[in-house]
Ligand binder design. Structure first.
Ligand SMILES: *[C@@H]1O[C@H](CO)[C@@H](O)[C@H](O)[C@H]1NC(C)=O
Ligand SMILES: *[C@@H]1O[C@H](CO)[C@@H](O)[C@H](O)[C@H]1NC(C)=O
Ligand SMILES: *[C@@H]1O[C@H](CO)[C@@H](O)[C@H](O)[C@H]1NC(C)=O
Ligand SMILES: *[C@@H]1O[C@H](CO)[C@@H](O)[C@H](O)[C@H]1NC(C)=O
Length: 489
């Protein structure tokens, strides 16, 4: 009995987990090289947000031998410049650690003091400037990335800043004041720098988190479809890489379509080991299948051809000899061709390209007295291959016709000869349909790349059922990041 209950319990557990597991059909792996690249950009951004920032003024009363009680104020303490000599980023199972070591910084400040004692009843005062050099500064922070309702959440787990050495150079001023600055203020200046940088880390991470949160969950592609770019599961952090999973399926824009259920054919085996490029974006063939189903369901896989370079071909007169019946019934009428997919195209990733199979009905319409009269329908099964290409940040492709078979589905203009159908179809496919489809494919599927970044030196790998893009990324400038706070608020 106990066994049976246990068994039942485990089967329930198994069922419930297997139902809950969501799957990502686009996977993004950021390699060690990619992480380094991101880290360097973020450090540059951090430095530019820190430089020229002003620290709070520091004031203190100090007892100076022979001089008396001095009230010293340091103001306009400004970080002028920061240089980072080394930095690193490491990913563990649960966190990402960024360490900046051996950084140096220059500060400038204004000093002034007043001394009052019974010896000097009128009081003396003076003011001037000083520069401070901070060396051997360490800054570190530890963050984690989690999935929160389809967007990424950046969590700051630990952070800190430690000023190693600090030296002060005064311009003018008395020797005793220099000693006071070194003895009494060195610690204050160091902690002001540490606090200011820690504060910038908190604010910077919050800004980045807001930015991640503001990323869209769907990308609108056209009137028909949107791409679901919600994150699925938590990012997988492993030695020197981060793997993100994205739903990646096409959905119908008006969202009335029932959610699609796809299963991953095989486990994601996207190794990141010694990836020579910064990122690897892998797209499962189910993404293409979802596109094909969404566009088919929305009746968008059809097209009317009513213009040709040789317009005479779209008149029954031109066919007088080949299809006499057509001319006889509809003399000198204009025609058009109505192409429509008769089932969702079948798309499969193979070892060297993407294979596509689709069936198209070509209806010959005659236009007579403002009326469209379908007169015959030729059905064509087409096998094509598609070479994937990267155009800007999208995956596009070029179709090549491999073979086709054709038959006459119905006709109101008598029986057409098989070789007439064959040669007609062949010409139409090569000169009209495939070029048209290629012009449609040019839009491509947008790859999940942040605005402001571009793929560079991308390479395409076919590992069925995945197609992967291995690429470096270039930063187009800090326009987007600079505008983050405004964008977020
Ligand atoms: C600080 O100032 C010195 C002297 O003006 C300069 O050589 C150095 O490059 C500056 N920057 C840093 C970060 O030390
Ligand atoms: C990750 O790195 C640690 C330390 O270098 C090593 O012991 C471990 O085997 C690595 N794990 C993987 C999955 O490479
Ligand atoms: C988008 O993908 C997420 C994660 O898989 C899923 O929860 C959500 O329902 C999807 N949205 C649509 C409109 O299909
Ligand atoms: C084209 O053919 C399809 C399929 O037979 C049909 O549903 C559609 O209405 C036709 N389009 C036009 C404009 O005639």
């Amino acid at each position: 009995m106990a066994h049976r209950i246990l068994f039942l319990f485990f089967s329930l557990l198994f069922i419930s987990t297997s139902v809950c597991i969501e799957e990502g059909f686009i996977s993004v792996v950021i390699s060690e090289k990619g992480l380094d690249f991101v880290k360097d950009i973020l450090i540059d951004q951090a430095i530019s947000s820190i430089v020229l920032s002003q620290l709070p003024q520091i004031e203190k009363s100090v007892q100076v031998p022979l001089v008396g009680k001095a009230r010293v104020i340091l103001s306009e303490i400004t970080i002028k410049d920061i240089q980072v000599s080394s930095s690193s980023v490491e990913t563990g199972d649960t966190s990402i650690v960024v360490v900046v070591s051996g950084a140096t910084a220059n500060l400038s400040l204004n000093w002034r003091y007043t001394v009052s004692s019974w010896l000097v009843p009128i009081g003396i005062s003076d003011s001037g400037t000083a520069t401070v050099k901070v060396e051997n500064m360490q800054v570190w922070l530890t963050v984690n990335l989690r999935n929160q309702g389809g967007t990424l959440k950046l969590i700051l787990l630990d952070y800190g800043c430690d000023v190693g050495d600090l030296s002060i150079k005064m311009n003018g001023g008395a020797a005793w004041l220099y000693q006071v600055l070194v003895d009494a203020f060195k610690g204050n200046i160091a902690s002001a720098v540490e606090d200011s940088i820690s504060d910038k880390i908190i604010k910077g991470i919050a800004t980045l988190d807001d930015f991640l949160h503001s990323l869209p969950k769907t990308i609108s592609l056209d009137e028909t479809a949107a791409l679901n770019v919600s994150f699925v599961d938590n990012p997988v952090l492993s030695n020197y890489s981060i793997q993100l999973e994205i739903n990646g399926l096409f959905t119908e824009k008006n969202d009335v379509l029932v959610p699609q259920h796809y299963r991953l054919g095989s486990d994601i085996s996207i190794s990141s080991g010694d990836l020579p490029k910064m990122i690897k974006i892998s797209i499962h063939e189910n993404v293409f299948k979802s596109a094909s189903e969404v566009y088919f369901a929305a009746d968008t896989l059809q097209w009317i051809l009513d213009e040709l370079p040789d317009q005479a071909l779209l008149n029954t007169a031109e066919w007088k000899l080949i299809i006499p019946q057509l001319y006889k019934q509809y003399p000198n009428d204009d025609m058009n061709l109505n192409f429509s997919a008769s089932s969702p195209p079948i798309i499969q990733v193979s070892n060297q390209d993407i294979a596509a199979k689709f069936s198209v009905d070509i209806i010959i319409d005659v236009l007579e007295a403002g009326e469209v009269i379908p007169v015959a329908c030729i059905s064509v099964d087409i096998s094509a291959s598609c070479d994937a290409e990267i155009v800007r940040n999208s995956l596009t492709g070029r179709l090549k016709l491999l073979k086709f078979s054709t038959y006459l589905k119905w006709s109101k203009i008598g029986k057409l000869h098989m070789n007439v159908i064959q040669s007609l179809t062949s010409t139409v496919l090569k000169t009209v349909l495939i070029p048209y489809m290629n012009s449609q494919l040019k839009k491509g599927i947008p790859l999940p790349i942040l605005n402001g970044f571009a793929l560079a030196n991308a390479r395409i790998l076919y590992t069925p059922p995945w197609i992967s893009v291995c690429s470096d990324v270039s930063f187009l400038g800090d326009y987007y990041l600079k505008h983050l706070p405004a964008h977020v608020s």
